[in-house]
Design a protein around this ligand. Structure first.
Ligand code: ADP
Ligand code: MG
Length: 265
């Protein structure tokens, strides 16, 4: 079954990009074909996968504006069979304004991916840290939303707003959209706080939390500066182990689901 998953949370620094890069890589290493869409003008997914964002001529920006074809933009990631990237850079920041003039501007990404979704087992979309038109495009293109939550103070701040947005998009723009699940990130087993955050979120969203918890792991924060996913940078690390387990959980869940999980919201 084909899945398009948007990794979203309007808070910055919660592990969206780290989850995107490493979940996508682990899915590809498990034999799936995977396309990663970088919808953040910061282009951290792009550089984190070893692609130089400063020299891009074609990117997700030119794709959204209808100036390129997907086949021209998609880059094969070296060293990871089956992994492809639609890269982004700061040009994408202009898209929000330039797209204002375009018809059905919230559906540009959906339309761009309309054929690609038959070519890949999974498409993962990295969202920017806001609920803007780029995030809206991601939510309109996706089957489900995966929400990374950092096990820190204020983790729940903004979660209600995000759920409200997801519900709104589900009701008005994309009836396929479901909540894929919450993933806890940067869990620190030494602090009570991490455990408290997990308990609190579970008390609200028990059925929608992944069992896999991503620990705070320094290797995960080092890997992007080498342009490598964790499984290539530090394959024996706790971080690599956690994202491999998350990929298995995502695959198992999607294997069990015969239908997009509409009722979940
Ligand atoms: P977002 O995309 O939500 O802004 P990032 O994935 O870029 O968040 O993560 C924010 C920062 O935290 C980055 O410097 C990243 O390397 C680091 N980071 C993310 N996950 C972990 C983790 N599990 N352990 C340690 N550092 C992490
Ligand atoms: Mg990011």
């Amino acid at each position: 079954m084909k899945r398009i998953i948007a990794v979203a949370n309007q808070k910055g620094g919660v592990g969206k990009t780290t989850t995107n890069i490493n979940l996508a890589t682990c899915l590809a290493q498990a034999g799936k074909s995977v396309l990663v869409c970088d919808m953040d003008p910061q282009g951290n997914t792009t550089s984190g996968l070893g692609v130089d964002k400063h020299t891009l001529e074609k990117s997700i920006y030119t794709l959204l504006l209808g100036e390129s074809y997907l086949e021209e933009v998609a880059l094969k990631i070296e060293g990871i069979d089956g992994l492809f990237l639609l890269p982004a850079n700061i040009d994408l920041a202009g898209a929000e304004i330039e797209m204002l003039d375009l018809a059905s501007r919230e559906f540009r990404l959906r339309d761009v991916l309309s054929h690609a979704k038959y070519l890949y087992d999974y498409i993962l979309i990295d969202c920017p840290p806001s609920l803007n038109i780029l995030t809206l495009n991601a939510l309109c293109a996706a089957d489900s939303v995966l929400v990374p939550i950092q096990c820190e103070y204020y983790a729940l701040e903004g979660l209600t707003q995000l759920m409200h947005t997801i519900n709104l998009v589900h009701g008005k723009l994309n009836p396929r959209l479901a909540l894929e699940g919450v993933v806890f990130t940067m869990y620190d087993a030494r602090t009570n706080l991490s455990a408290q955050v997990v308990d609190e979120v579970k008390s609200h969203l028990a059925d929608h939390t992944y069992q896999t918890i991503i620990p705070r792991n320094v290797r995960l924060s080092e890997a992007p500066s080498h342009g490598l996913p964790i499984t290539l940078y530090a394959p024996q690390s706790k971080g690599a182990e956690a994202y491999e387990q998350l990929a298995r959980e995502v695959m198992a869940k999607n294997f069990l689901a015969d239908e997009p999980q509409k009722e979940l919201l």
